[in-house]
Design a protein around this ligand. Structure first.
Ligand SMILES: CC(C)(COP(=O)(O)OP(=O)(O)OC[C@H]1O[C@@H](n2cnc3c(N)ncnc32)[C@H](O)[C@@H]1OP(=O)(O)O)[C@@H](O)C(=O)NCCC(=O)NCCS
Length: 339
């Protein structure tokens, strides 16, 4: 049975069942990724930025003879943001290739269509069945990034210490657990507006103005994801010359996510990118004792950032692709397939 589902009101048995399916999917498709925990999973699935909506469905097996509810074996949600619907779908490995994934995507695509959205996008991990699945559904590949993983156990901490201090004079570095202090929000937003090291086409939206940045930090906290920011401050002007962001999710606190790293053009060539990323790792290790890995995503053309990451010890792991489809065409195609 497939039905619309609201994580805010779902029973704890449903949350546990969905988590079991998510972890079965990870063990099958991404066996080196850490399993997720239930901590803040409900908030992760329900909290959104102002103006955004996430609509979810689950596929559940029949109840047992004694009335015990069935297991959640499939899940899809569409996040409606701006002019695009971003999909996420998963199907338990034991019930794949039965058409369930296609049925779930059809529901989400139909809703996006009814809500007036023109396109849908999805992040697809290279080397998993999702690539053939979305290609079979007629999605096109828009963009490819490389995910790299740094295992903290392999880091040369003395070398990292040297990198963290190897910055030009006139700059100071600040580590801000939980996000920036209020007086840094405006220069933070300006630096992000000026340049991002992720390229156009990224489905992870970035924040440019102070209010949106505050909303975005607030949303991260509500979803159980703790942000850390390291700033390089140009001492003479007080401007943010560079910044790097890492998030430690309560759902998998052993593996953190590296978000944007930005060096404002006027401040390039002073070793800021290397120093702020090294400083982040040094301070994170102390602040998050459970942490064992950090993952990051980079455009393949971003050779400068890839070189810094390699120096820090990141190793390329997987391709991370964005696929997209025109909603009307997708709905039409999926409806035709079931006739
Ligand atoms: C991708 C996923 C949702 C597919 O679910 P599914 O229920 O097995 O998919 P369906 O049975 O509806 O498959 C529809 C079509 O996709 C294609 N397809 C699906 N899996 C495939 C595979 N492993 N190899 C080749 N083609 C595949 C086929 O054309 C299939 O039609 P067919 O079985 O009639 O040949 C599932 O593998 C999954 O949960 N993957 C992990 C989560 C994930 O990566 N999600 C995507 C990002 S959010």
């Amino acid at each position: 049975m497939v039905r619309e589902w609201d994580p805010r009101t779902a029973s704890s048995a449903e949350m546990a069942s969905l988590l079991a399916t998510l972890n079965a999917v990870l063990a099958t498709d991404l066996p080196d990724d850490p399993p997720w925990r239930e901590t803040a999973l409900r908030e992760y699935l329900s909290e959104v930025m102002p103006g955004e909506r996430r609509i979810s469905w689950v596929a559940q097996t029949e109840p047992a003879a004694d009335g015990t509810p069935g297991a959640i074996v499939g899940h899809v949600h569409v996040l409606l943001l701006g002019d695009i619907g971003v999909l996420e779908v998963l199907v338990h490995p034991s019930v794949r290739r039965t058409g369930l994934g296609r049925d779930l995507v059809r529901l989400a695509a139909r809703r996006a269509y009814q809500e007036g959205f023109r396109s849908v996008g999805v992040e697809v991990v290279g080397g998993t069945p999702a690539m053939a699945f979305f290609e079979a559904l007629g999605f096109g590949r828009d963009y490819v990034e490389t995910r790299s993983v740094l295992r903290l156990g392999t880091v040369d901490w003395a070398a990292l210490d040297a990198m963290a201090t190897g910055i030009g004079t006139g700059y100071r570095i600040e580590f801000c657990p939980g996000g920036p202090p209020d007086e840094l929000i405006e220069p933070y937003a300006r630096a992000k507006a000026e340049l991002r090291d992720v390229e156009d086409g990224d489905l992870r939206p970035s924040s440019y103005d102070p209010q949106r940045l505050r909303d975005s930090l607030d949303c991260l906290h509500r979803r159980g994801m703790k942000p850390y920011v390291v700033f390089a401050i140009h001492e003479r002007t007080g401007e943010v010359a560079g910044l790097t962001e890492v998030v430690v999710p309560a759902q998998h606190p052993t593996r953190a996510d590296q978000y944007d790293t930005i060096v404002v053009p006027d401040h390039r060539g002073y070793g800021i990118d290397r120093a702020i990323k090294a400083r982040m790792l040094l301070d994170l290790r102390a602040a998050e004792p459970e942490l064992t890995e950090v993952q990051t995503w980079n455009a393949q053309a971003n050779e400068a950032m890839l070189a810094v990451n390699a120096e820090l010890g990141y190793r390329p792991d997987r391709q991370w692709c964005e696929y997209g489809a025109d909603v009307a065409e997708l709905v039409h195609r999926l409806d035709a397939l079931t006739r």
